[in-house]
Write a protein that binds this ligand. Structure first.
Ligand SMILES: NC(=O)c1ccc[n+]([C@@H]2O[C@H](COP(=O)([O-])OP(=O)(O)OC[C@H]3O[C@@H](n4cnc5c(N)ncnc54)[C@H](O)[C@@H]3O)[C@@H](O)[C@H]2O)c1
Length: 323
């Protein structure tokens, strides 16, 4: 297959590209490098620097490479920033994505796998969160992803575009070659590991009075290699559909912190702070549908093993992709 990765120079995209190339697919990465890194693009992939907000650039790239399918990972993805600057999120995640769909229709590319998120569910009434759970986002980031999910349904109905929406929970870990290096890092594990590397003084725990066993938020951490593999499976799905991807297990912030201390051998001091607005106590996926229909199953479920892969990558890339 020839696969076009919009946002393929980012964290998850780089590992999707690695796995696609390993199974013999041809890979084109299209990325504006606003968050991603040129060094995160596998040398065996073709790289096009371009922006989804530029319709001519995306139409030209699809025309040149004529891919069989698109993986759409390009987006802004920080919840806090979306609360401060919603326009940026609706512009990039909705309008930019729409340009991609229009360019696909024009170039008769008929298949897309879309990176969506558990943030489309907001604060769910029940756990685990399956595909029947109502989607009520509580921030512009989640809303922008939900709008795009709905747009996909219309493109399917009107333009016969086949889509698979993958709603990831908390993606973590690294492959041997590629890891997590966001310009402004908001994700828990890389932030904690910065302390172990001597690049930050302490970790932060936001809220210790949640209704959870140790009072801190519980999330479903899913390994990035398992997430990437779900894309490979989704590329051959027979019909349009949506899947929630997590392990089905919850891990609290204190448990993640302990795992990081154990794996790095560093005491990692932590400071307790008040809750942040809009942080639900528990977000845990049900991925039974993905297991049944895509034949997908997470391989790395233990939080220590997940952290070990992040730590190993960080040890080899103490400055991330720069330097
Ligand atoms: N990391 C997670 O835990 C997580 C969880 C749920 C969903 N997601 C979704 O998965 C996707 C990938 O996440 P990630 O963590 O790899 O993020 P990332 O920021 O590392 O990757 C996104 C890539 O898209 C590129 N990009 C952004 N806007 C673009 C544009 N207009 N034109 C071209 N390229 C553009 C960036 O430069 C970056 O390389 C995102 O859509 C995100 O919303 C991530």
């Amino acid at each position: 297959m020839r696969v076009f990765l919009a946002g393929g120079a980012g964290y998850i995209g780089s590992i999707c590209a690695e796995q696609l190339l390993a199974r013999g697919d041809e890979v084109v990465v299209f990325d504006n490098l606003s968050e991603g890194h040129r060094a995160a693009v596998d040398p065996n992939a073709t790289f096009v620097r371009g922006d989804l907000n530029d319709l001519a650039s995306i139409t030209g790239a699809l025309n040149q490479f004529a891919p069989d399918a698109v993986l759409h990972l390009a987006a802004n993805a920080c919840v806090g920033e979306s609360m401060a600057d919603p326009g940026k999120y609706f512009n990039n995640n909705v309008s930019g994505g729409l340009n991609l769909l229009r360019a696909m229709v024009e170039n008769r590319v008929k298949r897309i796998v879309f990176s969506s998120t558990c943030a489309t569910f907001g604060t769910p009434e029940r756990i685990p969160i399956d595909e029947q759970t109502p989607q009520n986002p509580i921030n512009p980031y989640g809303e922008s992803k939900l709008i795009f999910e709905k747009i996909l349904h219309w493109f399917n109905r009107i333009h016969h575009l086949t889509f698979v929406t993958l709603r990831y929970f908390n993606v973590a870990g690294a492959s041997e070659k590629y890891g997590e290096d966001h310009k402004s890092e908001t994700h828990l594990i890389p932030r904690i590991l910065q302390v172990a590397l001597g690049k930050a003084e302490h970790a932060e725990i936001f809220g210790t009075d949640f209704e959870t066993p140790d009072g801190t938020c519980v999330r479903d951490y899913i390994h990035v290699r398992d997430i990437a593999y779900a894309h490979l499976l989704a590329l051959s799905a027979e019909k349009s559909d949506s899947f929630n991807l997590g392990t089905g297990h919850g891990t609290s912030i204190r448990e993640v912190l302990d795992a990081c201390r154990k794996v790095s051998g560093h005491p990692i001091p932590a400071v307790e702070k008040p809750r942040r607005d809009g942080d639900p106590a528990r977000l845990i996926a049900s991925s039974e549908k993905a297991k049944r229909q895509l034949n997908w199953k997470p391989e790395i479920e233990d939080i220590h093993k997940i952290v070990e892969t992040s730590w190993r990558w960080r040890i080899h890339h103490p400055n991330g992709y720069t330097g």
